[in-house]
Design a protein around this ligand. Structure first.
Ligand SMILES: Cc1cc2nc3c(=O)[nH]c(=O)nc-3n(C[C@H](O)[C@H](O)[C@H](O)COP(=O)(O)O)c2cc1C
Length: 351
């Protein structure tokens, strides 16, 4: 029996491709949606014009539903001394590649919490689904999107965040376990994090929250999808499983690392962007292992340096400073076209 959410999302399979800013692409989103899942765009770093172009690029390939994902983080509290200290900390590493760190750091992406232009664009384009990561927008923004007929999803990592989403009028929650690749969706990165794994989180939310649950974190194949549905999830959202797909924007260094021993050693770090995120073990994660959280500038100010360091190192032939996000299921990633992976996942499911 099909769950009403699946019908509302307009999909044939209980499979959502995770929005992955910088890694997923319009071609990937269209391919997954055409194969019967829900494709997604991660537009958090794209700006309004870039996001609109990405939406147009999906629509040029498919008229099926897809998800557009934005970040709703608390805008960063700037701290000049901390930012200067952070630049100095990494100066010797830049020097290793014959480069200088940036003289100052920027707030490199606008939170959807305050981005009126992004809201206006989404209301004009009306994608079938919009999803929120890092928190929830205010009630006026939620009401406007709902009135435009958009189905709303939000990442949550705890029962408290799930209840906040329910109160705010979100349609379904993406329950993101500690295993998950990429940024942890935590509303408050400085608050207590119970670090619930996907199994416990999905079950708690399925039992104690009225919203439909979409499970995320460590799900790599049909067996994983079956398992979370047995726990009460309506569908599964997979990120890491899609990184090695043909349509992914992951560069050669990232793909090589994903296929290497590093996949067995993912690590949660906030040094790359300023927020906790799970990454393949690489030079950036090992060089920042013992850094205190209060030395790191707020998200996304730290990310400005992280991206500059990745670019400087890559220009010097070292790809190990990239934001090579991946979940604990990384050793199970498969390289194939996204539509084929979606169909393979469906064929592996038993239920
Ligand atoms: C490379 C990568 C980028 C990600 N970027 C985003 C993003 O832009 N927005 C978002 O809501 N989640 C993002 N995530 C998290 C996913 O939505 C999801 O929670 C996660 O991929 C699930 O765990 P898995 O990677 O083990 O499948 C990202 C994950 C990865 C691996």
């Amino acid at each position: 029996m099909t769950h009403p959410l699946i019908e509302r999302l307009g999909i044939d399979l209980p499979i959502l491709q995770a929005p992955m800013a910088g890694v997923s692409s319009p071609a990937m989103a269209a391919a997954v949606s055409e194969a019967g899942g829900l494709g997604a765009l991660g537009v958090a770093m794209a700006g309004v014009a870039g996001a609109q172009a990405m939406i147009g690029a999906v629509r040029a390939r498919s008229n099926r539903a897809f998800n557009v994902n934005v970040f709703v983080h608390t805008p960063p509290r700037r701290d000049a001394a901390r930012e200067a200290g952070w630049i100095d900390h990494w100066r010797p590493t830049f020097a290793e590649f014959g480069a200088e760190p940036p003289a100052a750091l920027d707030n490199i992406n606008t939170s959807f919490a305050i981005d009126d232009a992004m809201l206006a664009m989404l209301l004009a384009e009306r994608p079938a689904v919009v999803s929120f990561h890092f928190g929830l927008p205010d009630s006026a923004r939620i009401a406007a999107l709902r009135a435009a007929g958009v189905t709303l999803l939000a990442t949550v990592t705890s029962l408290a965040e799930a209840r906040a989403a329910e109160t705010a009028g979100i349609d379904a929650i993406v329950a993101q376990g500690w295993e998950a690749g990429g940024h942890r969706g935590l509303f408050d990165p400085d608050g207590d994090d119970a670090r619930l794994g996907t199994m416990a989180l999905v079950r708690v939310l399925a039992r104690q929250c009225a919203l439909p649950v979409i499970a995320a974190g460590g799900i790599m194949d049909g067996a994983g999808i079956d398992a979370v549905r047995r726990l009460g999830a309506v569908a599964a959202q997979l990120g890491t499983a899609y990184i090695a797909c043909d349509e992914s924007l992951a560069d050669a260094g990232y793909r090589t690392a994903l296929a290497s021993e590093a996949a067995h050693q993912t690590t949660m770090t906030r040094a790359i962007s300023g927020r906790p995120a799970r990454c393949l073990a690489n030079r950036f994660t090992s060089a920042s292992r013992n850094i205190a959280a209060d030395a790191i500038p707020a998200y996304p100010v730290a990310y400005d340096l992280g991206k500059a360091l990745a670019a400087a190192a890559k220009a010097g032939g070292e790809t190990g400073f990239g934001a090579q996000w991946a979940g604990q299921g990384a050793p199970l990633a498969r390289a194939m076209p996204a539509a084929e992976l979606t169909r393979t996942l469906a064929s592996e499911m038993r239920t």
